[in-house]
Design a protein around this ligand. Structure first.
Ligand code: SF4
Length: 272
């Protein structure tokens, strides 16, 4: 008779259920109990596991690039030789490296200061972004602008904003794994070229794609992560905040940590 597998303990089952419910909540499902928000010690093991995965990725890097990042770069010879954002945009060209190319109006590369100390990374373009060729220009984009300007005392021109995926998935569905695999090397090169001191990861999809974890954003937010030697603060996506305005206070806490890390004043706290 073969050995039976040990059953997971109660804490593991609880953490898994909390993860699942939190994920549903972030995907917009209504009617979930408020207690779905993880805040207890039961959440700790999964978050700690995520941290170990992230740290393992960065520790294994001989230079600053993690092993997954090196693998990404090996996919596109010449990518790491692009010396500027303009050169990278030229390298990407009229991209047809995944099936999203045929559905886009515009490829949405990124905007802002090419040497910004602060970089925002979201999921992918929506309809407004696809039409304009610029990230975060719809309602969610206006909220991001408010966070940057009113919440952080900065301007959009002072930061750099891009997405994991450069072309709009149809009907705003989540990007599929093959699309992420095809497109994420460009985002990784954008990080290397901009060299921000801090990245803010916006929302479940972007943070999970960058960190290579499955932990929901509600468990990662507020906790510093490492992306090839750059500190990343995960927080909620502005589109989620439009549906859940009460959670703006959590994003406010997260951006305060970012401002402290950058050594910038917190608006409203300096007597100004
Ligand atoms: S999503 Fe990325 S990989 Fe796919 S076609 Fe657009 S730029 Fe190319």
């Amino acid at each position: 008779m073969g050995e039976s597998k040990p059953l997971p303990d109660r804490a593991t089952i609880t953490a898994t259920l909390i993860d699942y419910v939190a994920q549903l909540r972030e995907e917009g499902m209504d009617g979930l109990p408020p207690s779905a928000r993880p805040s207890s010690a039961a959440a700790a093991p999964a978050v700690e596991q995520s941290r170990r995965v992230v740290n393992a990725a960065s520790d294994s890097s001989a230079a600053s690039r993690s092993a997954p990042a090196r693998e990404m770069f090996s996919k596109y010879p010449g990518l790491e030789k692009t010396e500027s954002l303009e050169a990278l945009r030229e390298f990407i060209g009229d991209c047809r490296r995944c099936k999203l190319w045929g559905l886009r109006k515009n490829l949405v590369f990124g905007v802002g200061d090419p040497h910004a100390e602060l970089m925002f990374i979201g999921e992918g373009p929506g309809a407004d972004e696809d039409a304009r060729g610029e990230p975060f220009v719809g309602r969610a984009g206006q909220l991001l602008t408010d966070i940057i300007e009113r919440g952080m005392g900065m301007t959009r021109a002072q930061v750099y904003i891009c997405n994991v995926i450069k072309c709009r998935p149809p009907e705003n569905r989540n990007p599929e794994p093959d699309e992420v695999a095809a497109c994420e090397p460009f985002m990784m090169r954008q990080i290397e070229l901009v060299k921000p001191r801090v990245i803010v990861g916006l929302g479940t999809f972007a943070v999970q794609a960058v960190l290579k974890v499955k932990t929901p954003i509600s468990r990662l937010r507020g906790n510093w992560q490492d992306v090839n030697g750059v500190r990343m603060m995960p927080t909620f996506h502005p589109a989620y905040l439009l549906r859940n305005p009460a959670d703006k206070r959590l994003v406010w806490q997260d951006v305060q940590q970012v401002l402290k890390e950058l050594g910038r004043p917190i608006p409203g706290r300096s007597g100004a």
